[in-house]
Every structure is written in structure tokens, then in C-alpha cells.
Design a protein around this ligand. Structure first.
Ligand SMILES: Nc1ncnc2c1ncn2[C@@H]1O[C@H](COP(=O)(O)OP(=O)(O)OP(=O)(O)O)[C@@H](O)[C@H]1O
Length: 226
């Protein structure tokens, strides 16, 4: 029988209908849906970073509302697509930067990156460093919001490999991605979110639907170069 780690029941976040989802140990669940539908807000509510209107989230049977928020967030960790930084260098954001140093090369990052100014790092460098920061201390669940959106194909593969190792060791991932190939490769199960709710879909449903031949509002763009 599947070993449930996170149980989300009738959670109402933002303007979305109630969402119910169960995440099992060691699996990756992908979540897709139109831009602006509320995927990030849902993840933030699951991480106790913004209040849900109703519903419950249980981590191994413990209710989010009964656990101090910092403790919950340490175990159910949210990584934003554009994470925030508060100190001058990446090193200052890690609890044990020496342990992280050995993992930099796995994500194709140079050692020196830890002591550079955050403002001088590329978006892709910041995104990979934020992932290392989010994985520090081995949280039970990672809620990943488009974790490779700023990365080249090689760095994307490196991140995906690190995430696979995390789930192989018993970690669990809820992955929001617009990248259908990534969803297909990484996901054990797939969900789609829209105004009607959150529903399970098969891997064949990950492909984008063909566009209608006439798109309203595009008429004024006929003269664009092809
Ligand atoms: N704290 C907030 N309070 C009110 N509305 C918000 C808040 N945060 C985001 N929104 C709005 O809620 C809607 C959903 O935002 P969200 O970022 O969750 O979308 P998303 O599905 O993650 O989109 P994308 O795929 O473009 O990242 C948007 O219209 C956004 O402007």
C-alpha cells in the first residue's frame, strides 16, 4: 500500500475550487494549468505561506494548523520561480555552506558562486542556488514552482537528476511546470488545474491542445514578419 506523506483535503486557495490531493513517499506529482489560474497560490497555501479559505493539509497525519508555521515550512518547503534573497551572498543563506559546496558541481555551478553578490548572479545561477537552499536539511516535501524556467537544457537535466535522487531517497515532490516534456519525464502522476478544479490526467493529456485556426484578437497582427 502507498505510504501517504501529504494529504490535502478540500483546500480552497484564492479563486480556485476546492483541491484534494494525496502525495505518497518518493513520488513526483506534476501540476499544470493555465497561467494565472492559481498554481503558485495553491503551493503557497500548502506551505502555510498564505492562508487558505478552508480545507486541511496533513503531513504524516499532523495538521498544518496545529504546527508552528516555521516548523511546517521547514518540512513542506516551497520554492518560488523567482525566490527571494535577503543577504549579500548565497553563502549567507545556507545553514551549512560546506555541505552545499560539494553539490554545486552537480548543478554545473562554479565553487566561487557562493561568495559572489546575489545581484551579480545570473537568473539561472540564482535559480539553482535556490534549489540547493530549498533542499538543505532534506525536507519531507518539496513544492517546486517552475524550478527550471530560467535554465539551459544541460542545467535542466542536472536539476532533474538531483530531484530524482531526492525522491529515490524518500523525498516527495509537487512540481508545477509548463514544460510538458519535463512533466512526462519526472512525474509519476499528473494533475491539471483549471476553474473546474484539480483533476488527474494521463501522460497523453500533457500535450498542448491544437490552437484554433482563427484566434480572436490576432487580426491586427497580420503584418508581423513570419
Ligand atoms: N496574494 C494575492 N492576493 C490576491 N491575488 C493574488 C495574490 N497572489 C497572486 N494573486 C493573483 O491570483 C492569480 C493566480 O496567481 P498565481 O501566481 O497563483 O498563478 P499561476 O497559476 O501560478 O500562474 P503562472 O503559471 O503564470 O505562474 C493571479 O491573477 C494573481 O494576480
Amino acid at each position: 500500500m502507498a505510504d501517504c506523506v501529504l494529504e490535502i483535503s478540500s483546500l480552497v486557495a484564492g479563486a480556485l475550487p476546492p483541491v484534494s490531493l494525496t502525495l505518497n513517499v518518493g513520488e513526483t506529482i506534476t501540476l499544470r494549468g493555465p497561467s494565472g489560474i492559481g498554481k503558485s497560490r495553491l503551493l503557497r497555501a500548502i506551505a502555510d505561506l498564505e492562508p487558505a479559505q478552508s480545507g486541511t493539509v496533513l503531513l504524516r497525519g499532523s495538521d498544518m494548523s496545529a504546527m508552528p508555521a516555521p516548523k511546517w515550512r521547514d518540512r513542506v518547503r516551497y520554492l518560488a520561480a523567482e525566490p527571494g534573497w535577503w543577504a549579500e551572498t548565497p553563502r549567507a543563506h545556507f545553514r551549512e555552506s560546506s555541505a552545499v559546496q560539494t553539490r554545486l558541481s552537480s548543478l554545473l555551478l562554479d565553487d566561487a558562486v557562493m561568495d559572489r553578490k546575489i545581484a551579480e548572479l545570473s537568473t539561472g545561477e540564482r535559480q539553482r542556488l535556490a534549489l540547493l537552499r530549498g533542499m538543505e536539511g532534506a525536507p519531507a516535501v518539496l513544492l517546486l514552482d517552475e524550478p527550471t524556467s530560467a535554465l539551459d537544457p544541460e542545467s535542466t537535466l542536472a536539476v532533474q537528476e538531483m530531484l530524482r535522487q531526492y525522491t529515490a531517497r524518500g523525498g516527495t515532490i509537487l512540481l508545477v511546470t509548463h514544460n510538458t516534456a519535463q512533466a512526462g519525464m519526472m512525474g509519476d502522476r499528473h494533475y491539471h488545474l483549471d476553474h473546474e478544479g484539480c483533476r488527474a490526467v494521463g501522460s497523453a493529456d500533457l500535450l498542448p491542445r491544437p490552437q484554433a485556426s482563427h484566434q480572436p484578437g490576432m487580426d491586427g497582427m497580420k503584418d508581423l514578419p513570419s
